[in-house]
Design a protein around this ligand. Structure first.
Ligand SMILES: [Cu+2]
Length: 259
């Protein structure tokens, strides 16, 4: 149902949606049952001429069962929800399937820098491709991401992947995703990271293998990029932010270069 509104574009998106649906159904059923009982009791014990209101202390076994039994049921469903959530959490955040490629994601106030492996499939080689605010991925390829922050806490969020991961200064956080649908989707920063937080959107472009190879042919290489910043800056209002990110992240930067 959630996929009607946000495409499921990663291998684990459906799992996350399934979990949310399960919780909504369980909580929804309890909500309806509780409301039904509430209104039924209001109706059944409504004021009537000649009937005196009773003072019920709720201490007799016949009365406490109205609280105790639903409570046991809530505990059972809690366990079901926790078990289902742990399974999804483990798949998304704990398991790390073998990578076919690695991509580096660097967050800073207020832009994303992405370092792609280039045609040789290896990071930290001369053919690496660095972009600002646009992440370029190949469909059906398993990526490990390496998430850094240059300054404050940020959060790398790709709603179409159902992925959200905090970026913490001083740490390289590794996780994974496998895009399953070609197209273009939003990247957001999901952690209030300063006055420009709202100006920190990005895009992920997912292409077929052939289209990705063609993009790599034309994409500027890391060294070129520093001198050609205006050509790759994001359009519109974010151009100046994007340009700043590209130059401050280049070899002349003071943040440890291309960590
Ligand atoms: Cu941010």
């Amino acid at each position: 149902m959630i996929s009607w509104y946000v495409t499921q574009a990663s291998s684990y998106a459906a799992e996350v949606d399934g979990l949310i649906l399960l919780i909504a159904l369980i909580v929804g059923a309890f909500f309806l049952a509780a409301e039904f009982v509430l209104f039924w009791l209001i109706f059944k014990f409504r004021a009537r001429p000649g009937v005196k209101a009773r003072y019920i202390t709720g201490e007799k076994a016949s009365e406490t069962k109205w609280v105790a039994y639903p409570h046991y049921l809530v505990l059972v469903f809690d366990i079901i929800i926790v078990a289902a959530a742990l399974r999804v959490w483990s798949d998304v955040k704990i398991d790390l399937p073998p990578a076919e490629e690695r991509v580096r994601i660097i967050a800073q106030q207020w832009a994303w820098t992405f370092v792609h492996a280039g045609p040789d499939g290896q990071l930290d080689t001369a053919d690496d491709i660095r972009t600002v605010n646009v992440l370029n991925l190949r469909v059906n390829r398993l990526y490990h991401y390496e998430l850094h922050s240059k300054d404050v806490l940020h959060s790398f969020s790709v709603p179409a992947f159902r992925l959200k991961q905090d970026a913490v200064p001083g740490r390289a956080i590794v996780g994974w995703f496998r895009p399953t649908v070609a197209g273009e989707f939003d990247i957001q920063c999901a952690e209030i990271c300063g006055i420009g937080h709202g100006l920190m959107p990005g895009r992920v472009r997912i292409r077929s293998a052939a289209a990705q190879a063609a993009w790599m042919e034309t994409a500027p290489r890391m060294r070129q990029l520093v001198s050609e910043t205006p050509a790759v800056a994001a359009p519109g209002a974010h151009a100046s932010l994007a340009a700043r990110a590209a130059t401050s992240g280049g070899p002349a930067g003071h943040h440890g270069g291309d960590r």
